[in-house]
Design a protein around this ligand. Structure first.
Ligand code: FES
Length: 118
């Protein structure tokens, strides 16, 4: 178990938004997806771009049988602002390179504050 730090107020990150904060010298992105908080490092593994400053939206999925494109996972995918790699916020998984997975941080709301385990 890591150490716990106060990272932000719950009110600073409403549902569907995210915020980049610095906690004990580490810059992380905290995301509120449907009322559940998630956190990722603000460093893209491609060329260390500021990943969590990117837009959060969904992604295109191609049905392997019909070849039709579908928009999916709206509000759950962060896109690196530098070159566009997409990461699933809840798991840290890179959509293009499944072997690349960011670490995630546990975020717990307590008394109006967001506590992050580093
Ligand atoms: S630095 Fe993030 S995609 Fe290149």
């Amino acid at each position: 178990m890591g150490r716990i730090f106060d990272a932000a107020a719950v009110d600073e990150i409403p549902v569907g938004s995210h915020k980049v904060v610095t906690v004990k010298g580490r810059t992380i992105g905290i995301f509120n997806i449907d009322g559940t908080f998630h956190a990722l490092p603000n460093i893209c593994p491609h060329q260390i771009g500021p990943l969590c400053e990117g837009k959060v939206s969904g992604t295109l999925y191609r049905d392997k049988k019909t070849w039709e494109l579908h928009w999916t996972e709206e509000g759950q995918i962060v896109t690196c602002p530098w070159h566009g790699l997409e990461f699933r916020v809840q798991t840290g998984e890179c959509l293009a390179y499944k072997q690349v997975k960011l670490r995630t941080y546990k975020v717990t709301p307590v008394d109006g504050r967001l506590l992050v385990e580093l």
